[in-house]
Ligand binder design. Structure first.
Ligand SMILES: Nc1ncnc2c1ncn2[C@@H]1O[C@H](COP(=O)(O)OP(=O)(O)OP(=O)(O)O)[C@@H](O)[C@H]1O
Ligand code: NI
Length: 364
């Protein structure tokens, strides 16, 4: 049993323009200790999918279907109290806006100590010691002194470290990070990512990392889910996704991987307008933007299938490479005709990998 099992999750928003289906029947799993990236362009439904994990969808939105099982428990059936308990003990979230996550009138130390106290029965002195240890853990220099500082005395990057320390206070089994470094400057981003990578390596914490930065995913994730117009269109171990992408949308995303260190919150852009979620394109939702679309693509909705064997999605196989494209159900006449040029670029700090250029032929 995986730590997190999401099955057919569907979330809708009721707006003046109609019903927005922001998450449309997504299924995936995350195992203990695994780091899984959720990527896709703006509006794909990544944040909504993440908020839904903790039932944080507010009106006019609603989870209308599916299941979310954490450690075997169905989160959609938990009482509010059980849910609060889970949030304090098992699942923690880190969002983009550290400033908003911190209370300006308490010191950072007090806020972390409070999170520690919420988690377990500890004395004030123990909570304080643990908070200092957590500050140290997330790389805050002179943690015992900085304990007494207020959030405004910290830089943006240091604030985000504090938020991560708060999230770690409960020693979560799952950490959900939504664009945790967006808006921070480049060197600061690299530091936060290195911290998350270390966490992923050294603890048993699983991470769901939402980002539209494929460079970050390459650095941190074991597996990747690609979301398009509310659906998951590709799922693969990270290396396979980079070297052998199977969905034309993924190919488009990869065509302009922003470099970590460059303008890294820039969106990888795929030509064409993003689809409406009120009235999404028929058949394959990507077909209006797909260079390989054929008439069948406008009619048939491609299921997410194993790309090599045409079998249905095997959710229990983490190594599976799945894509939702008619190519893999044998319904595309001309097939996909693209070449993947892989360019490896690193930030040069945490990795010694050489720059290399590899050309691959057309994937089979
Ligand atoms: N509060 C809301 N009210 C109405 N619609 C909403 C609301 N929140 C989200 N949506 C809809 O859900 C869609 C998905 O939003 P979401 O924030 O999950 O996208 P995202 O993939 O996280 O994008 P980004 O990369 O820009 O953060 C949006 O396009 C929007 O139409
Ligand atoms: Ni988002």
């Amino acid at each position: 049993m995986a730590l997190l099992e999401v099955e057919d999750l569907t979330v809708q928003f009721y707006t003046d323009d109609g019903v927005v289906r922001a998450v449309d029947g997504i299924s995936y799993e995350i195992r203990a200790g695994e780091t899984v990236g959720l990527v896709g362009e703006s509006g794909a439904g990544k944040s909504v999918a993440s908020l839904a994990l903790l039932r944080l969808i507010r009106s006019p939105g609603e989870i209308v279907g599916g299941q979310i099982r954490f450690d075997g428990r169905n989160l959609l059936e938990c009482t509010d109290r059980e849910l609060r308990d889970l949030r304090g003990n098992d699942i923690a979230m880190v969002f983009q806006d550290a400033d908003a996550a911190l209370n300006p009138v308490y010191t950072v130390g007090e806020q972390i100590a409070e999170a520690v106290r919420a988690h377990g029965d500890v004395t004030d002195a123990e909570a304080r010691d643990r908070a200092i240890a957590l500050l140290e853990r997330v790389g805050i220099p002179e943690p015992a002194t900085r304990y007494a500082d207020y959030p405004h005395e910290f830089s943006g990057g240091m604030q985000q470290r504090v938020v991560i320390a708060m999230a770690l206070a409960c020693d979560p089994a799952l950490l959900v990070c939504d664009e945790p470094t967006t808006g921070l400057d480049v060197t600061v981003q690299a530091g936060i990512l290195e911290l998350l990578a270390e966490l992923a390596r050294e603890s048993d914490t699983a991470i769901q990392l939402v980002t539209h930065d494929l460079g970050i995913v390459a650095e941190l994730c074991d597996r990747v889910l690609v979301q398009y117009a509310g659906e998951i269109v590709e799922r693969a171990p990270v290396e396979e996704l980079y070297y052998d992408p199977k969905h034309p949308y993924t190919v488009g995303l990869l065509a302009s991987i922003p470099r970590l260190g460059a303008d890294s919150d820039r969106l990888a852009t795929v030509p064409g307008p993003t689809p409406s979620l009120v009235d999404p394109p028929t058949g394959c939702r990507f077909h209006p933007r797909c260079p390989y679309a054929e008439p069948a693509c406008a009619r048939r909705h491609p299921p997410l299938v194993e790309t090599d064997s045409e079998t249905p999605a095997a959710d229990d196989d983490p190594g599976a490479h799945l894509a939702a494209c008619l190519e893999y159900t044998g319904d595309l006449e001309d097939g996909l005709d693209y070449e993947v040029l892989v360019r490896n670029e690193t930030d040069g700090e945490s990795h010694e990998r050489e720059r290399e250029r590899t050309e691959r032929g057309e994937p089979e």
